[in-house]
Design a protein around this ligand. Sequence first.
Ligand SMILES: Cc1cc2nc3c(=O)[nH]c(=O)nc-3n(C[C@H](O)[C@H](O)[C@H](O)COP(=O)(O)OP(=O)(O)OC[C@H]3O[C@@H](n4cnc5c(N)ncnc54)[C@H](O)[C@@H]3O)c2cc1C
Length: 666
Amino acid sequence: MKSRIVIIGAGYAGILTAKKLAKKFKKNDNVSIKIIDKNPFHTMLTELHEVAANRVDEESIKIGLKKVFAGRKVDVVLDTIESIDFKNKVAIGANQKYEYDYLVLAAGSKPTYFGVPGAEEYAYKLWSYEDAVKLRDHIQNVFRKAACETNLEEKKRMLSFYVVGAGFTGVEMVGELAEYVPILCDKHEIDRELVTIYNVDILKRTVPNLPEKISNKVEKRLKKMGVKLMLNSGVCRIGPDFIEVNANDTCSRYSVGTVIWAAGIESSDITNEAAKTLQSANRGRIKLDSFLRSVDDDRVYVVGDNMLYTAEGEDRPVPQMVENCEQSSAIAAKNIYCAITGNGEMTVYKPSFHGMMVCIGGRYGVARVGFPKRMINLPSFLAMFVKHFINIIYFVQVLGWNKVFSYLKHEFFTIRNCRSFVGGHFSNRTPSFLTVPLRIWLGVAWLFEGIMKVVEGWFESPKLTAFFGGAESWYNSILYGSTGALEGTSGATAVQTATEAVSSATGEAAQEVAASVGTTILNFDFLGLFRLIFVSGKELSKSVIGDYAFKIDMPLMNWFTNELILPSDGVQIFMQGFIVIAEILIGLALIGGLFTTPAAAFSLVLQAMFVCTTGLYLSTFWMIFAAIAVLIGAGRTFGLDYYVMPYLKNLWRRLPFVRRLYIYND
Ligand SMILES: Cc1cc2nc3c(=O)[nH]c(=O)nc-3n(C[C@H](O)[C@H](O)[C@H](O)COP(=O)(O)OP(=O)(O)OC[C@H]3O[C@@H](n4cnc5c(N)ncnc54)[C@H](O)[C@@H]3O)c2cc1C
């Protein structure tokens, strides 16, 4: 009989569990896997504050579930599960009922309000895609309206923000808001002094899960950004235009424009519902055994935020964090596999967490990372680097390199207002049509070079022995003061051939070089693996840029040319033909703007080959940089790709293996 696995929730934990199960049961037709979510997409909750404060576009934090599971043995279902009949093993959704043999509960969390009157009604929350978009729109509207408000007191009220909660979510939200406010003030011509931002928490310090030293850094940074901290202060009531805060046993009322609630979480509705049948604690988290099954029902596995599990030797339950989702999903998938197939032993969940990172706006972060018994605090730059790196590792698992590229794009290459830890250094863009001449000029240079080689007889007789040998003797004459001339080649001819060789790749005119007056600038051997050679063919005082040549001398490459190419005339002529045809095709492709990406990539490959064999004059280095620019999109307009690529991309994306491996660009 078929075993049916039903996963409720396609968040971090649900998705990874489903992917791991799909891999394990790839060839087993007796197992079906269904993942049910109320949204057709996965939301990257860890970036919600970036959307709420308009650092990144809302679309960038969504990943379509159909894309994630394309070509995999996972059935994606759009439904909201409203209750679970554990006795009869049925998950009951708004649209349908789902029978299961194994259930994975991965429905995540929702904000909890601790019974504070008015909190749920009047505060904005931040625990879903919709929450983030709604909050961003609200913040923008507030500034739009405040700009037209003439009553100063009302204007100040509108522009006062209270973020409740100084844990990770609260601090990240308030930091992001503080970074966004000056941009909005500038846009709407509002005096920054009129805007107030408070971060309120009942505890005495921010991010209490981290050491005090880090809390101090966070507080210092927030203050620098204009955030006022109200610690040791509990919120007792929230109204449509006020917040009441209790500090030192005195409850004070403040007029307020916006309250954002980030003070705590509980399990999502369906998990709370399940908690009525299964043992639970800590606001609806399900009690588990060491194999991640409910202590009451061994057909129910729980992963991610919904778990209540204290690992051996620990005194606190696992944290509600992404790393716990990643690790618990692997163990749950493995144990379900064992339970269904009877193969192998079930594995006890022994998580090992590697730290925490908190960003305060796009430019500053704190982190404590390492191994459980050896943690270190990182400086801001590294903390931000690590945070992005960890996100990338997660994206590779979920949507391959496709998502990694789109993440890098929205976090760095298209970031607004320089809001990244490397500022706006990667985000300044040049309109593509302005670089069309660069693309065409690069193409012309390659075409010219290819045609010149045809004229010189590269299709007719072997030339490479004299070519490579000449280049070598030219470098030797400068580096060691001897020509080391080729067999059967006079010193003068060798120098002449060498000059042509070094310049040949790019059409640089052959120059009269006196070997004896050349200058060595760099001759550095790296552990015998390669040698960096940088020379001028003349005395430095008389050198122009075209006299400088750079070469990476690699023993492996030398062996390849000396042993496999040069000994045979036939191989030489074949290689010559290959190079000439490649140069002409690259040239034509770049001029016509057709298949620009592979042409630019191949252009780089040829340049790399030349640098490692004959070396190149610096005056032709522009071709390397131009090829890099074209490769990543420069000069893409006014070419045939504009018409051909959308069609080809469409065909490409329809191929099953392409969708399965995520090798397309969104
Ligand atoms: C602003 C913010 C910043 C954060 N920053 C960090 C951070 O820097 N590092 C970190 O480790 N953690 C961070 N977290 C916490 C982290 O996001 C959570 O621990 C993680 O999302 C939990 O994953 P999960 O799979 O258990 O649940 P979720 O990711 O919440 O996924 C649950 C899924 O279940 C679905 N679902 C819920 N109910 C139903 C239902 N009845 N029927 C069908 N589907 C349902 C939901 O739609 C959702 O897709 C942050 C959270 C927020 C909100």
